[in-house]
Design a protein around this ligand. Structure first.
Ligand code: IPD
Ligand code: CA
Ligand code: CA
Length: 258
């Protein structure tokens, strides 16, 4: 199947998932705690991942799947085709706000991003990329953002990173910027960088499914995604990440100084 045909099929699946979420979101979500009061999972997270994994296994048997809720495979190498699925990114928002969450899919071949999707369901905005074609919102190309330095732009971050003491240099990064914004969804924050609403997103301990589509978006827009120490992002492990314009990325890495 060509990349374009895969893109069409994945968009059809995402449209079905959107209808499912809209239909079900006011029903009992069966909210459960995972590791803490603010680390939740609902029956919708599980069901969406299961639905997507079943569709992938049927259409692309043998391809590897990395999924947050455990329906995928144990993946120890990026060789071949690897799917990354975050069924609901921003589950805490989904439970508390019923908005500001996204369904995310990334497809990588031999570690190179090929297809990426971040679907802001409540605003019906599907951000997508096929390698080499830039980033689109509902099919319309997004303009490459201006290459702002840290001091000339806003940044996005996670409350876990900004409010806890583990990386105090991060607050210097915030102080050097025009201001810090937090949405509570790594996917939607990646979109904020892609659209140029902020010139960087910095976050700690993100999982491969939080990062995979957004990293492809950065590459497609001539922006940069690395770890805090400026090493390449490792999609087999958790990462502390900086997604940014080239100029802001340089400024941020200088401050983080790892
Ligand atoms: C979380 C969100 C959040 C980020 C966390 C993620 P989830 O994803 O993206 O913004 O700060 O690190 O785990 O658990 O809602 O899919
Ligand atoms: Ca997530
Ligand atoms: Ca999730």
């Amino acid at each position: 199947m060509s990349i374009a045909e895969r893109d069409t099929l994945i968009k059809k699946w995402l449209s079905e998932i959107k209808d499912y979420i809209i239909d079900q979101k006011d029903s009992n979500l069966d909210v459960e705690q995972k590791t803490a009061d603010n680390d939740l999972v609902t029956r919708m997270d599980k069901s969406i991942e299961e639905q997507l994994v079943n569709k992938i296994r049927e259409a692309f048997p043998g391809e590897k799947i990395v999924g947050e809720e455990g329906f995928g495979d144990e993946v120890n190498s990026l060789d071949g085709t690897v799917w990354f699925i975050d069924p609901i990114d921003g589950t805490l928002n989904f439970v508390m706000q019923q908005e500001n969450f996204a369904v995310m899919i990334g497809v990588y071949v031999d570690g190179i991003g090929q297809l990426g999707y971040i679907y802001d369901i409540t605003h019906d905005k599907l951000y997508s990329s096929t390698k080499g074609d830039g980033v689109r919102c509902n099919g319309q190309p997004i303009a490459k953002p201006a290459d702002l330095s840290l001091s000339k732009g806003l940044i996005a971050s996670s409350s876990a990173l900004m409010c806890k003491d583990k990386y105090p240099a991060v607050r210097t990064v915030g102080a050097e910027s025009l201001g810090v914004r937090m949405l509570g969804s790594a996917g939607l924050e990646s979109i904020e960088v892609a659209k140029g609403n902020v010139s960087a997103y910095i976050a700690s301990n993100l999982k491969p499914w939080d990062i995979a589509p957004g990293l492809l978006f950065m590459e497609e827009l001539g922006m940069i995604g690395t770890q805090f120490n400026s090493k390449p992002i490792d999609l087999l492990n958790n990462n502390n990440i900086v997604f940014a314009t080239k100029n802001a990325h340089k400024d941020i890495i200088d401050i983080l100084g790892e």
